[in-house]
Design a protein around this ligand. Structure first.
Ligand SMILES: C[S@@+](CC[C@H](N)C(=O)[O-])C[C@H]1O[C@@H](n2cnc3c(N)ncnc32)[C@H](O)[C@@H]1O
Length: 336
């Protein structure tokens, strides 16, 4: 993702100018190197005409916690310390903020809306989030402020992703995972992504690598949005994406094997054997696992590899908290 290489003495004024122009990418941290500072900027034609070198450079993301802290400090004006303890993390997806409001803050919904709008003046919709439901993993939302829509365009990792939270699953917190996988992928790879949703993984990887991706999705509305996203990102993508509408359990057996398989598995679905059988070099398998079961999960994958006659090494990475003691994890399975 782009960064502007600026002499150290000029860093502060340039940063202010970038912010004024709406070109500064506040989600990443700047980095100092010798007499220069790399300032994170968004993908935009205008950054190339500022008179500084623009480089594709890896800058660390600010933890979401820090963004949340801003809301906390704004709300400290109105909420008691006790009430602030109940404040939950929230997400900003395009111009929509989604937040969970616990019963202890039910009477403070108006203040929370005020605080979110103060921290993020560009918001057009604020919604409360419920739980993911059904096979398509769609959340239940209720709009508490703004326009009556759950459709927006989210910008992440240099791509634009059209989402409709009322029709298809999307999780902005997986941004770091998508970036991590894009870094692991090499040009020339053939990649399979079942359970592909509106294509966030496929778009981010194709943005940075010249690869051939086959993606599969069963929710018709997610599939339509995914097709729109391929069009929308058009020339930005180095790689190619073929998108298949259908049930992964029926479609995959008909497909060949791939260098890499990425399985953002829906909760409660067991696609381990199916996805492993399609992977030649790597499988990245997402699942939800109790912290005491992580070793058992690893052993299960190794056993599955053995059954399929594959030599594997497995590293299980905790990706996010799901509920107390249960994590969303990614098993990076290296084959051969
Ligand atoms: C956890 S979501 C991940 C979506 C997307 N990869 C993302 O990260 O935003 C799982 C996705 O699998 C889809 N899905 C569920 N069962 C499926 C099946 N049998 N075949 C293909 N897709 C399926 C759901 O509609 C949903 O979009």
């Amino acid at each position: 993702m782009p960064a502007l290489k600026v002499p150290r003495q000029e860093a502060e004024p340039v940063k202010r100018r970038l912010k004024k122009l709406g070109l500064y990418d506040g989600k990443r941290r700047p980095k100092r190197e010798d007499d220069f500072v790399f300032l994170p900027v968004i993908e935009d034609e205008r950054v190339y005409s500022l008179g500084y070198e623009v480089l594709p450079i890896e800058l660390p993301f600010r933890p979401a916690r820090q963004i949340y802290k801003n809301l906390e400090s704004v709300l400290a004006e109105r909420l008691s310390r006790e009430e602030l303890k109940h404040l939950r993390r929230y997400d900003v997806i395009g111009d929509i903020a989604v937040i969970q409001v616990p019963p202890e803050l039910e009477h403070r919904v108006g203040d929370i809306v005020w605080g979110l709008r103060k921290v993020h003046p560009f918001l057009r919709v604020i919604a409360r989030k419920g739980f993911h439901e059904g096979a398509f993993r769609i959340r239940d939302y209720s709009i508490i402020w703004g326009e009556k829509r759950l459709e927006t365009v989210h910008r992440e990792n240099g791509v634009e992703i059209k989402v409709d939270l009322s029709k298809a699953f999307f999780n902005p917190r997986m941004k770091g995972e998508r970036y991590r996988l894009a870094q692991m992928v090499k040009d020339g790879e053939r990649i399979l992504i079942p359970f592909a949703g509106v294509l966030p993984y496929a778009l981010v990887i194709a943005r940075y690598r010249k690869v051939k991706i086959t993606a599969v999705e069963l929710n018709r509305e997610a599939y339509e949005l995914g097709l729109e996203n391929i069009e929308r990102n058009g020339k930005r993508l180095k790689g190619e994406i073929e998108f298949i509408y259908g049930d992964a359990f029926k479609v995959l057996p008909e497909l060949p094997t791939y260098d890499r398989v990425i399985s953002p598995t829906p909760r409660g679905v067991d696609a381990l054997s199916l996805t492993l059988s399609k992977a030649e070099k790597w499988l990245h398998y997402y699942d939800f696992v109790h912290e005491e079961e992580i070793e058992t999960f690893r052993a299960r994958i190794l056993e599955e590899c053995r059954k399929l006659g594959k030599e594997c090494s497995v590293r299980v990475k905790k990706v996010s908290d799901f509920k107390p003691h249960v994590f969303k994890v990614c098993a990076d399975v290296k084959i051969g």
